[in-house]
Design a protein around this ligand. Structure first.
Ligand SMILES: [Zn+2]
Length: 468
C-alpha cells in the first residue's frame, strides 16, 4: 500500500520545503509534487509541518533500579513515545556483574521484542570492566550495538574507576565505537551523602546538595581531559551544569571529539522543584538533578552555540504512589529520606512538544535546528543515519505530521506514560503531533492509537559514528 502525505511543509535539519511525500514499503520513495493518487492512502497536511520522527537517545524502559523497576515497559513507553512524536529510541542494556556484555544486550532485546510498538536500539552499560569485558567490546558490532556507557557515579553499584573508563574509551575507539559517560563524581556523592544523613538532613532538597553542580562539573572536566589524553570520542549524557557545559565548549574549541547531551527537564526545571513542602520534591529526583537558573541559561546557550548536540529525556519513570494495586514500588520508597527515592523522571512523551514549545515558539531556535537536536543528530551520532533522522528518499518513513497551531495542556490525566504525575502538569503548549507514522504505518491519529505490540523493530546500528 502506498501513502501520500501532501500539502505540508517538510522540515528537515537542512530545509523547509513545501512538498509531498510518497511512501511505499515502509520507506520514503519520492519527494515532489503531483504524485498519481489512485489507490493510495492520502494524508492531507495542509498548514502542517512534516518532520522526521523524534529519536530519544537516552531512555530506561523496564529498568531494575533500587529494589524496583521503572514503570514504563517497552509497550507503554513506546505508545507514549509515539503520542509525543518520538518514533525511535535507544535504551540502555545493562551488563550484570560476572556476565558478558553480549548477555546484557540479549537480555534487553528479549525484554523489548514482543512489546515494542516503535523502533528501538540499545547502548550497553559496562558495569564489570574486567579484561575479558574490555576484550569483548568489538564483538558487540555483531549485535548491532555500537555505543557503550560507563558510570563515574553510583559507587559500589555501576561506578567504574579511571582505568576502566580509559580502557573502555580506547577499545571502543579502536573499533569505531562510541563511549558515553554519566559524569558525576560518585566518590564525592558518597561522602556528601554520608555527611548529610549523619546530620539528619533527609528532606528531598538534599539530593541536590549531594549531587551538586561542582560534583557534576568535576566529572565532566575529567571526562573532557580523558578525551584529550586518549584521543577517543566521547558523548557525555544528561549534562545539567553550567561549568560542565563550559568544559565541553573548551574541549570542542581545541578540536577534541567530545559531544554533549542535555535532557528536556533541565530546560525547564530548577532545583527549586526539589525544595517543596512534604514529599512533592521526590517527583523531581533524578541524577544529575536539575540545577540553578544560571545553569538552565547555560544549557540554552549550549544548545544554540552547538556545544550540546542532542536533547534526550533519560526517561526513567517511577510511580509517585506505587502502593496502589497493580503498580510497582515507586518514589514512596524514599518517604523517610531522599537517598532512598528511586532516581528518575518521566519525559519520553513530553520531549518533542515541550522542546518545540520552549525553544521554537520562543524564537530561541529555528524549526530546522529543532529537527537537528531532536532527531537528526542522535541518528548521526549513533549510526542510524540516513535510515532514521531525516526525510529523504530511501529513509524509513518515520514521520510526524505536526500542527503548529494546536494547543494542548499537558497532564498526567491524559498522557500515555505509565506514571501518575507529569513534570509539566498544566503547561499549555502550542504545537502538537497530530499524526505519527513509523515505517509508513500510522500509529497515532489525533487521539486514536493504531499501533500494536510487536510492530517495533530493533535497529541494527552501524559503527560509523559521526562526530558532530
Ligand atoms: Zn540515564
Amino acid at each position: 500500500m502506498k501513502t501520500i502525505i501532501k500539502n505540508g511543509t517538510v522540515i528537515t535539519a537542512g530545509d523547509s520545503i513545501l512538498q509531498d511525500i510518497l511512501i511505499e514499503g515502509g520507506v520514503i520513495k519520492a519527494l515532489g509534487k503531483n504524485f498519481p493518487e489512485y489507490g493510495c492512502n492520502i494524508i492531507d497536511a495542509k498548514g502542517k509541518y512534516i518532520m522526521p520522527g523524534g529519536i530519544d537517545a537516552h531512555t530506561h524502559l523496564d529498568m531494575p533500579f533500587g529494589g524496583t523497576v521503572s514503570s514504563d515497559d517497552f509497550f507503554t513507553g513506546h505508545k507514549a513515545a509515539a503520542f509525543g512524536g518520538t518514533t525511535c529510541h535507544i535504551d540502555f542494556a545493562l551488563q550484570s556483574k560476572g556476565e558478558t556484555l553480549k548477555k546484557g544486550v540479549q537480555d534487553w532485546k528479549a525484554r523489548a521484542k514482543d512489546k515494542a510498538a516503535v523502533d528501538y536500539s540499545f547502548h550497553i552499560a559496562v558495569t564489570d570492566p574486567t579484561q575479558e569485558t574490555i576484550d569483548e567490546i568489538p564483538s558487540l558490532k555483531d549485535e548491532g550495538v555500537t555505543s557503550l556507557k560507563v558510570f563515574l557515579a553510583y559507587k559500589g553499584v555501576f561506578q567504574v574507576d579511571d582505568t576502566a573508563f580509559m580502557s573502555t574509551m580506547n577499545k571502543a575507539a579502536e573499533s569505531g565505537m562510541l563511549t558515553m559517560v554519566h559524569a558525576e563524581n560518585g566518590d564525592a556523592i558518597a561522602v556528601k551523602t554520608k555527611e548529610l544523613l549523619n546530620a539528619g538532613k533527609t528532606d528531598m532538597k538534599y539530593h541536590s546538595v549531594a549531587h551538586s553542580e561542582a560534583i557534576e562539573a568535576e566529572a565532566i572536566n575529567r571526562a573532557v581531559s580523558f578525551v584529550e589524553i586518549t584521543g577517543a570520542p566521547l558523548y557525555i549524557v544528561h549534562i545539567a551544569s553550567g561549568n560542565g557545559i563550559e568544559a565541553v565548549r573548551k574541549g570542542r574549541r581545541k578540536g577534541l571529539p567530545v559531544m554533549g547531551e542535555t535532557c528536556v527537564q533541565y530546560l525547564f526545571i530548577t532545583d527549586e522543584a526539589l525544595d517543596q513542602e512534604g514529599f512533592e520534591g521526590a517527583k523531581y529526583i533524578c541524577s544529575p538533578p536539575p540545577k540553578k537558573e544560571e545553569d538552565k541559561k547555560a544549557i540554552w546557550e549550549g544548545l544554540t552555540d552547538n556545544t550540546l548536540q542532542t536533547i534526550a529525556t533519560d526517561h526513567c519513570p517511577f510511580w509517585f504512589d506505587g502502593t496502589k494495586e497493580g503498580r510497582t514500588p515507586g518514589k514512596e520508597l524514599g518517604k523517610a529520606s531522599w537517598d532512598k527515592v528511586p532516581n528518575g523522571v518521566p519525559g519520553i512523551e513530553d520531549r518533542f512538544p515541550m522542546t518545540w514549545h520552549g525553544a521554537v515558539n520562543s524564537g530561541k531556535i529555528t524549526p530546522n535546528k529543532f529537527v537537528e537536536l531532536i532527531s537528526t543528530n542522535p541518528a548521526k551520532i549513533f549510526g542510524m543515519y540516513p535510515k532514521k533522522g531525516t526525510i529523504a528518499v530511501g529513509s524509513d518513513a518515520d514521520i510526524v505530521v505536526f500542527d503548529p497551531n494546536k494547543k494542548h495542556t499537558i497532564s498526567a490525566e491524559t498522557h500515555h506514560m505509565n506514571v501518575d504525575y507529569n513534570l509539566y502538569e498544566g503547561t499549555t503548549v502550542t504545537g502538537w503531533p497530530e499524526k505519527v507514522l513509523v515505517r509508513g504505518k500510522l500509529l497515532v491519529d489525533g487521539e486514536k492509537w493504531l499501533g500494536e505490540a510487536g510492530f517495533g523493530e530493533f535497529v541494527f546500528r552501524n559503527t560509523h559514528n559521526d562526530i558532530i
